[in-house]
Design a protein around this ligand. Sequence first.
Ligand SMILES: O=C(O)c1cc(=O)[nH]c(=O)n1[C@@H]1O[C@H](COP(=O)(O)O)[C@@H](O)[C@H]1O
Length: 233
Amino acid sequence: MTNSDRIIVPLDVPDLEQAIALLDLLPEVNFWKVGLELFVSSGAEILGILQERQKKSFLDLKFHDIPNTVAGACRSASRYQVDLLTLHATAGRQALTAAKGAISDLLSPPKLLAITVLTSLNARELALDLKIPLELSEYALNLALLGKESGIDGAVCSPQEVAQLRRVCGEDFLLVCPGVRPSWSIKGDQSRVMTPAQALKAGADYLVIGRPITGAEEPKVAWTKICHELADI
Ligand SMILES: O=C(O)c1cc(=O)[nH]c(=O)n1[C@@H]1O[C@H](COP(=O)(O)O)[C@@H](O)[C@H]1O
């Protein structure tokens, strides 16, 4: 696998037409993420299109509910043959275990990823708004370990926590990092960011990079620039 295969590009667009336009514009991208915006507007059709084009897919619906509901949602999502699927670690041990159990008899179930601490949050918000009485990195690690203990395949975390999670959770635990910003791009609503090269060096398996590519004046140029930055890592 080359480092450019480690980049997942989100289809964060409001409709199917714009999603297909992005696929056509960036045929080099092999791994696409379908999130709430597109799935809520257009449903699952895009997942069939990605399959037809032999692309890998990440269905990022961040399930967060009681165990029975999360388990049912994971089972339902598995029918789309996606590679990755997200749920919140804060749904708790029972929900995480039930999710894994609900898909374990399938022939090729998606890998489940536990969301730890959203990359848009900072330490101040965690302490003052969410009243979490732990250091942010410690909280993220606890949530990742809860996922691992519950049989979840990996976690979504910020690049700023990925080295620690890699050390503690081991080589086999899949670590996917959004909150990735090349030095030439703006942070926007992301808070805990690093560059693509820093995130890979710190131990991420995959990087989710959206607006620096999809919002660029020339997405193809931005994609190529990032691939060059990662070529010698
Ligand atoms: O689960 C995710 O993918 C996710 C988790 C997280 O903590 N932060 C985060 O930004 N994401 C997603 O990663 C993508 C980041 O996009 P950009 O900020 O445009 O690069 C978006 O689709 C987010 O929904």
